[in-house]
Design a protein around this ligand. Structure first.
Ligand SMILES: [Fe+2]
Ligand SMILES: [Fe+2]
Length: 439
């Protein structure tokens, strides 16, 4: 994955191989346009080997990651101690026996003095709105079949988790995440708003974070947002976010310097742009992140044909005062000064942020003021045990603040053609806030 160019070439070759296999199965060449989707609907290869019920494959933290178009593609990743040369993923429509096979890339991954092998496969082309099953294969071993559902381009619900960093072995995170997933069986995917872990180089913390989503990430794709804590070293200096970039094979953005630092994806009738706000941490190590995004984001938002546009970014747009620090003036933060005019101009509908570990619904803002137009700005709260009780002074733009002192929270988004509904819940499922946008 670090060598994205060769990876793309590899997948292109893999795709050709699949089409060749299809031809070998006697399929006539389908007409253009619909052909690639039709191809995916048809059996590509009969189960010929393995798949004998052997489910002994070592596969840790099996996870789905969003692709740019989740109607037709899905990325599947896992980790292992053994190299698992020739690893691949079998995928079939649920209830059928025939399947296609996609080779996985394998990368040796070393961080925090720990070695692992990371495997990633992009399953495409898939059919929209279909229930699939996938199975990991390597040598004579395989995993069990796991569910995978593609986006049908219509109404959906997703789960949104704010900062999940923890100091308790991620027990709090696991409870929040597992309960939220259990209460939201209709969720199609998950968003993590950044600061997934407290220390981005700490191998144990990543394992604990993934364990918190055990049984969830192997069936629902994740859209992660990079936070500042993903850039911290064990001795609390900054580094490039090596673990985050290796662990999450998010969609490419075409950047040579900042591939996968920022990206966009579509789900339903919503275009999501994932902006990276870690300029403070990254500029000294690799300059140019802001300039690149200021060129990319307007292009990305203008290019979508989706009705709704949502921006996800870790740092907030507003500056909150801090009790006991009168020199810190509330107002618009530098991130807001930089990006809010761009959001106004591009017709962004909602902006979700995190980082301050508090839930605040600020309603719609336009030209730096509350308005009946402009994006809805939601500061998404906290989903770990790192809490800042009594720290923030309420902002004049705050319309709703989570009950104080805050415990934890999560959000859902229900998105349909005519409406976006954001709901915020306490960990026990009690709803505390709802924000609707209609157009
Ligand atoms: Fe945080
Ligand atoms: Fe943060």
């Amino acid at each position: 994955m670090k060598n994205s160019l060769s990876r793309r070439r590899f997948l292109k070759l893999a795709g050709s191989a699949i089409l060749s296999l299809a031809a070998g199965c006697g399929f006539s060449a389908p007409p253009a346009a619909k052909s690639r989707l039709d191809e995916a609907a048809r059996p590509v290869r009969k189960l010929a080997r393995t798949l004998t019920g052997d489910t002994s494959l070592e596969a840790r933290f099996v996870r789905q990651i969003v692709t740019g178009d989740n109607r037709t593609g899905r990325t599947v990743m896992w980790q292992s101690d053994d190299a698992q040369a020739g690893a691949e993923v079998a995928c079939r429509l649920a209830g059928t026996e025939d399947f296609m096979v996609v080779p996985a890339t394998t990368e040796r991954y070393t961080d925090d003095r720990q070695d692992a092998y990371l495997h990633s496969a992009r399953l495409e082309p898939l059919l929209p709105g279909k229930q699939y099953e996938y199975r990991l294969l390597a040598g004579d071993s395989g995993s069990s079949w796991m569910p995978l559902k593609t986006d049908d381009g219509g109404r959906f619900t997703c789960l949104i988790f704010p900062d999940s960093q923890c100091s308790d072995g991620y027990v709090t995170w696991r409870e929040v995440a597992q309960d939220a997933a259990r209460r939201t069986p209709e969720a199609a995917f998950l968003i993590s708003m950044g600061d997934l872990v407290d220390n981005g180089e700490d191998h144990n913390q990543w394992e604990q974070w993934f364990n918190g989503l055990d049984g969830v990430l192997n069936r629902l794709p994740l859209a992660p947002v990079m936070g500042n804590h993903e850039t911290y070293t064990l001795d609390w200096k900054t580094r490039l976010p090596l673990a985050y970039l290796s662990l999450f094979d998010v969609p490419e953005n075409g950047s040579a310097a900042f591939g996968r630092y920022y990206y966009s994806f579509d789900y339903g009738d919503v275009h999501f742009a994932v902006v990276n706000t870690q300029m403070n941490e990254i500029d000294d190590l690799r300059p140019g992140l802001l300039a690149e995004q200021l060129a990319w984001l307007p292009r990305d938002l203008a290019a979508t044909t989706k009705k709704w546009k949502i921006v996800l970014m870790h740092r907030d747009v507003l500056r909150y005062g801090i009790h006991g620090r009168p020199e810190r003036r509330p107002g618009i933060d530098d991130i807001g000064r930089t990006f809010m005019p761009l959001f106004d101009e591009a017709g962004v509908d909602a902006v979700l942020t995190a980082h301050l570990h508090t839930y605040r619904d600020r309603g719609r803002l336009y030209d730096f003021q509350p308005a009946n137009q402009g994006p809805l700005y939601i500061l998404t709260g906290v989903a770990g045990n790192v809490r800042y009780p009594g720290l923030w002074i309420d902002h004049v733009f705050d319309k709703f603040i989570a009950p104080q002192p805050e415990t934890d929270n999560y959000l859902t988004l229900d998105a349909s053609k005519d409406e976006l509904v954001f709901r915020c819940y306490l960990p026990d499922g009690t709803p505390i806030d709802e924000a609707r946008l209609r157009k």
